[in-house]
Design a protein around this ligand. Sequence first.
Ligand code: PXP
Length: 247
Amino acid sequence: MILLGVNIDHCATVRQARYREAPAACGGAIEPDPVAFALLAERAGADGITVHLREDRRHIQERDVWRLRESIATRLNLEMACTPLMIEFALRLKPDSVCLVPENRREVTTEGGLDVVANRERVNDCVSAMTAAGIFTSLFIDPDSAQIETGAALKAPWIELHTGAYAEAFHSPRRGAEFERLCQAATLAAKSGLSVNAGHGISYVNIAEVRQIPHLHELNIGHSIVSRALFTGLEEAVREMRARLNA
Ligand code: PXP
């Protein structure tokens, strides 16, 4: 059984489109509430809730994360940049896991994987601090053998394979090669003792192939589920993705 982590960032994107300047992130007329959204996702079968607290706070706010920590019944996965400020925040928050991602203010969404080879020391410090605090670390990396080998050497328990290049190539002749890259990366990661998650650009269409990547433990899916929820409601959107994931 492959687990489903629901990324709720884009619920907060809708709120921020209207209430960016509001002093409080919730209450009164301020909607939609990402915490209520997370609880509904859990009721529909989400195995975990993922949020990305970006440096520019474009969607999820700190207060959302604290409220989620107190409210949800499954697991809280905090996506974050590998910076001293975020490490300090995570150690206070104590999420169940952190997923280290690269961050670039100009990007629309996380564009590439974290380069753990080039940032080995920084990543090592973060993994050690999280492990000492009982928090699992996942490294969001491209399906590349050097990244995976370094991730294993840094003793991160999990990786999350970046499926963005595959998703972009889905309707092109490169799709087969990108899928093969993901399969090889997952095989190498599992052999190296890493637990394999994946995410980015996964949809109701490409899930049929993505779920065949070997050794998958959990997928983190956001945009496609939130988009579908506009038409079907969130519970139906989560239920359907979960059913397709384990069809
Ligand atoms: N995993 C990671 C590490 C991400 O940064 C994102 C995007 O925030 C996702 C998964 C979810 O991607 P999508 O919204 O395309 O499903």
